[in-house]
Write a protein that binds this ligand. Structure first.
Ligand code: ZN
Length: 170
């Protein structure tokens, strides 16, 4: 029986068209903000992250340190772990990490370990931001991997989420 190659080609094209509905940085950050709000609902500090691989969302999640009794369960680590599992690879080539707050030193270290090429984040973190506010780990020439960083995407939304969360706790 002759396989009709065009059928497969057509199916692949349909799938590609779905993937072609490309989202921009602000749209991915909106999803990270949704995850941050979900974390707040769960009583966690509202920080959310999305890991995108070739324009597709591989993982999305929020801060879960309290729920998991895990000091390393920052939103970034949560999505890096899930994405690495899905790709069966601890190196996350061709990915962009979106996170609502400037990553801390631990998360910056994990981003470098995973060789994430690009980071987009919302608000700067004066309490420990490791891109530019307290440390400059992601662009250090001493490391063999530098990250392309776009800061300040929907920063106002991200910081007002944090502010209102802490205001209700005082
Ligand atoms: Zn962190």
């Amino acid at each position: 029986m002759i396989r009709h190659a065009w059928q497969f080609i057509q199916r692949r094209d349909e799938r590609d068209i779905l993937n072609y509905a490309k989202m921009n940085d602000s749209e991915f950050m909106q999803i990270a903000l949704e995850e941050a709000r979900a974390s707040a609902q769960a009583g966690e500090v509202p920080i959310g992250a999305v890991l995108v691989h070739r324009d597709k969302i591989l993982a999305r999640g929020g801060n879960r340190t309290i729920r998991d009794c895990d000091p390393t369960a920052h939103a970034e680590i949560v999505v890096l772990r899930e994405a690495a599992q899905k790709l069966s690879n601890y190196r996350l080539a061709e990915t962009t990490l979106y996170v609502t707050l400037e990553p801390c030193a631990m998360c910056a270290g994990a981003i470098v370990q995973a060789r994430v090429p690009r980071l987009v984040y919302g608000a700067d973190d004066p309490k420990g931001g490791a891109f530019r506010t307290c440390f400059e780990l992601l662009t250090s020439p001493k490391l063999n991997h530098q990250v392309e960083v776009t800061p300040g995407v929907l920063a106002t939304e991200a910081s007002s989420l944090l502010q209102s969360f802490f205001a209700t706790r005082r």
